[in-house]
Design a binder for this molecule. Structure first.
Ligand code: NAI
Ligand code: MG
Length: 497
């Protein structure tokens, strides 16, 4: 019998943990204890307290995972694409069937409100459904070499792929990388973030139960330096998908370069939401709030800058502040509207950014401080914050804060809006709110970002390619683009006449 979310939640609040959470690595289709015997703790951000321990992996564990992936490579790569697709489709079905458990664990480990975690689990299932179909549709081309020649290309799996997963969307980021890699016929070794190791382990187990051969998808947990670094620098790895910070991304790219291994980097952002004077202000204010306060702002594609026409600046900020001040803070498993941030470290980083903004004399119109769950006085919360009238070159408008902090940047005309929007080192996404179709598409054309949302921030789904420009990285996840990232093209030219 499948248990409900409420029964897991009750178990957690009465016992302080959930029984039978995974502890070991998942390697070669089995739970494998860490070579060093060392464990580390994962925390509940809503209480600021450890609730479970898991394997602290190292280079030896990575070596075992590489061996498992190598020995599974041929079987998986040569399997009929439709058979690969069927396994991915079965995994999607199991994710949906076990969604209550997955969502509770995701909410507990990351801190995010349960409703958001449920959305992420649905997104993970969609990724497997979508790439199940894509597995069947991968094909090459033929080339017009003339009567006496035959020229064609064929996509091949690139080989063993490494996936370095961040803590803000642990399950859905794992899924959006692993599903297309598997569809392409690659094998996988994933290293989840040290604060959110659990749902990637559960996903590997689900894939195995869905029929994935042992060793095709492995998960090694542990820290970046101890478990992540030996993975990305391993000679046998042929592709690295990395989601995380710019400095770590640069490091990963440097390590991968030593082996001429390809990388796909999904780094940070400082994405603008441009609101023109003719926008529907209800839709725009709700859109802006979702864009920056979902997951307490810990989203690479968060809309962290409100770039607003000066004529409606006062009115829009007033509306947003009024709604933000009604958001209910609370433990993620209590289905709050606004949860804690993921770690003490991240909380301190956010507070540091806001304290420095205050010291520079910027105007903080709401929030601006650390907070706790009003029901318990516990947890790592930061109040939803808005900083108004931020100059374009101020660090608050330039640096990724990765927390619930919106900066407001008024403009006088479309050209200035564009200058402000494009005026950071990042180029991940941008939002536009307007009722002027031409203005929307002029801006969409001229904005330097990997994707643009018009009149609904975060519109789209797994079908839409996603990735950054400039320091936000390169390569595209999601959509059919993502499968191409895990393929290499072989072209064949033959004289036949
Ligand atoms: P990070 O980039 O250090 O960590 C991300 C992942 O990389 C984790 O799984 C970590 O274990 C792994 N990692 C760390 N060092 C590694 C290494 N040498 N080799 C291989 N893997 C390694 O980011 P962190 O410290 O968690 O957060 C710092 C900032 O990064 C945040 O404040 C935020 O601005 C940004 N960030 C952006 C994310 C995004 O979605 N683009 C996600 C997480 C963080
Ligand atoms: Mg945790």
């Amino acid at each position: 019998m499948t248990r409900t979310a409420d029964s897991y939640i009750e178990e957690y609040f009465s016992s302080g943990t959930i029984a039978d959470l995974p502890r070991d690595h998942f390697i070669g289709g089995a739970w494998v204890a860490p070579a060093s015997g060392q464990m580390m703790e994962t925390f509940d951000p809503g209480k600021g307290r450890a609730y479970h321990s898991f394997a602290a992996g190292n280079a030896e564990d990575i070596e075992r995972a590489i061996k498992a992936a190598s020995s599974a490579e041929k079987e998986w790569g040569r399997m009929k694409p439709s058979a690969r697709g069927a396994i991915l489709a079965k995994a999607a079905e199991l994710i949906r069937k076990e969604s209550a458990y997955l969502a509770v664990v995701e909410s507990l480990d990351s801190g995010k409100p349960l409703g958001e975690a449920e959305g992420d689990v649905g997104g993970a299932a969609r990724a497997f459904e979508y790439y199940a179909a894509a597995a069947n549709a991968l094909q090459g081309e033929s080339f017009p070499l003339g009567h006496d020649y035959l020229g064609y290309s064929q996509p091949e799996p690139v080989g063993i792929t490494a996936h370095i997963i961040p803590w803000n969307f642990p399950l859905s980021t794992a899924a959006r990388g692993i599903a297309p890699a598997l569809a392409a016929g690659c094998t996988v070794i994933a290293k989840p973030a040290e604060t959110t190791p659990l749902t990637a382990l559960l996903l590997a187990d689900i894939l195995f139960r869905a029929g994935l051969p042992a060793g095709v998808c492995n998960v090694v947990t542990g820290t970046g330096p101890e478990a992540g670094a030996p993975l990305v620098k391993h000679r046998a790895v042929r592709h690295v998908t990395f989601t995380g910070s710019v400095p770590t991304g640069i490091n990963v790219m440097r390590e991968a370069a030593e082996n001429v291994t390809r990388v796909l980097l999904e780094l940070g952002g400082k994405s603008p939401v441009i609101v023109l004077a003719d926008a529907d202000l209800d839709a725009a204010s709700d859109g802006v709030i979702g864009a920056i306060y979902e997951n307490a702002g810990q989203i690479c594609s968060a809309g962290s800058r409100l770039v607003v026409d000066r004529r409606i600046h006062g009115e829009l900020v007033e509306r947003i502040v009024a709604k933000v001040e009604t958001l209910e803070l609370g433990h993620g498993l209590k289905r709050s509207q606004f949860g804690p941030v993921n770690s003490q470290l991240q909380l301190d980083r956010i507070a540091g950014h806001v304290d420095r903004a205050r010291e520079r004399g910027l105007s903080i119109v709401t929030g601006g401080n650390k907070a706790t769950d009003p029901a318990t006085g516990e947890g790592w919360f930061f109040a939803p914050t808005i900083i108004d009238n931020v100059p374009a070159d101020d660090p608050a408008a330039q640096e990724e804060i990765f927390g619930p902090v919106l900066v407001v940047q008024p403009f006088d005309d479309e050209a200035e809006a564009l200058d402000i929007a494009n005026g950071t080192a990042f180029g991940l996404v941008a939002g536009i709110y307007t009722s002027d179709f031409s203005a929307a598409h002029r801006l969409a054309r001229d904005i330097d970002a990997g994707q643009v949302f018009i009149n609904e921030y975060f519109a789209g789904g797994i079908e839409v390619p996603f990735g950054g420009n400039k320091h936000s990285g390169f390569g595209r996840e999601k959509g059919l683009e993502a499968v191409k990232a895990y393929c290499r093209i072989k072209s064949v030219a033959a004289r036949i006449g």
